[in-house]
Design a protein around this ligand. Structure first.
Ligand code: KG4
Ligand code: ZN
Length: 332
């Protein structure tokens, strides 16, 4: 018998649905919310409203593209957390109603675990154990992945996530939201060693990214006083230098984690894994240290329901189901 699951992602500002059959992701429909651009960040209330508008068309499209009828589904999965409460509520309420109407199991998925399990959507797939640097707008973690649903956090940020640092620094520079991809774009034409920014020393495998944001702010204010065109004239170099600082910090700890654990299968996941400098530097480091590197396809780096579907498949096999009273967990 086929195992067919519908998965829904609504933790932040993408409404997404995906159908997975027997562990193969059949599609991954994503509706991006452009409403936040003019506010320079995600506005939770607007995110919830946009999820409400998008969720039915997105689910309908995923089902019809996969040629799956609702009665063919074996389970409905949703992102249970972490994320914005109002946004999570839209996806969870929808999934619960559907599972309850169809009398099929409900599966709650941890969004960060799903980012990691995105590596099992397509080949090449890592084998266990492997290390995953999980870098998004809300998280920065080095995770030891022992099995599909058995993961240990070895280190994490104690303040801002690296994606948050990218976005906040981009805002200081005057770039539109989301700033991470904008910094990446301008950095391509810049010199990563043009300016140097300090690094906050952190014990063990932990990170801190709030200091660099303040350092960039003072640096730009200082230069602006002397030359009001400073940012405009040096945009590429500023972006390249900021990006280089952030990525170097990420990789230093990852290197330490690989050494400590003796693991040489290294993966990256989450929105910031779309960053071209991270991809390049990781490949270079990997060649030098004999690592086997795993980088997800661009589509599965940023928020998507394909990864939620993949996680749901593994949970289905273990019969790890949620009760119909399951609540969203913003800080899961
Ligand atoms: O995983 P994700 O889509 O959403 C969260 O779960 O947070 O990650 C979004 C984050 C944002 O901070 C965004 O600026 C960052 O990923 N991001 C990038 C790039 N693409 C997305 N950061 C740097 N370079 C990129 N190319
Ligand atoms: Zn995410």
């Amino acid at each position: 018998m086929d195992i067919t699951i519908l998965a829904i992602e609504s933790s932040c500002d993408e409404t997404s649905a995906s159908v997975i059959q027997n562990g193969k992701v059949l599609n991954n429909i994503v509706a991006t919310q452009s409403v936040h651009e003019k506010y320079g960040g995600v506005v939770p209330e607007l995110a919830s409203r946009a999820h409400q508008q998008h969720i039915i068309p997105v689910v309908d499209q995923a089902l019809s593209l996969a040629n799956i009828k609702k009665k063919d589904l074996n389970a409905v999965a949703f992102t249970q957390g972490p994320g914005l409460l109002g946004a999570l509520l839209v996806g969870s309420s929808f999934a619960k109603s559907m599972a309850s109407a169809l009398k099929i199991p409900l599966i709650g998925v941890n969004h960060m675990q799903a980012h990691i399990l995105a590596h099992f959507i397509e080949d090449p797939k890592p084998s266990f154990p492997f290390l995953c640097l999980t870098v998004s707008g809300g998280h920065t973690q080095i995770v030891k992945v022992n099995d599909y649903l058995d993961m240990e956090i070895l280190g994490e940020t104690k303040d801002d996530a690296v994606g948050e640092a990218f976005d906040k620094i981009a805002k200081i520079i005057g770039l539109p939201y989301p700033g991470g991809p904008m910094i990446d774009k301008y950095a391509k034409e810049g010199n990563p060693e043009a300016f140097s920014f300090p690094e906050t020393e952190m014990p063990g495998l932990n990170y801190s990214f709030s200091g660099i944001k303040t350092a960039v702010l003072y640096f730009l204010q200082n230069h602006h006083q002397k030359d009001e065109n400073f940012v405009k004239d040096n945009l590429n170099d500023i972006c390249a230098s900021v990006q280089h600082r952030l990525i170097t910090t990420l990789l230093q700890k990852l290197k330490k984690a690989a050494k400590q654990t003796g693991i040489n299968q290294i993966a990256i996941a989450g929105g910031v894994s779309a960053n071209s400098h991270l991809r390049e530097q990781l490949n270079t480091l990997g060649q030098k240290l004999n690592w086997e590197i795993f980088i997800p396809k661009f589509e599965y780096c940023t928020d998507n329901a394909g990864m939620i579907a993949m996680a749901a498949h593994f949970k289905y096999l273990k019969e790890d189901f949620e009760n119909i009273n399951a609540a969203p967990k913003p800080r899961m």
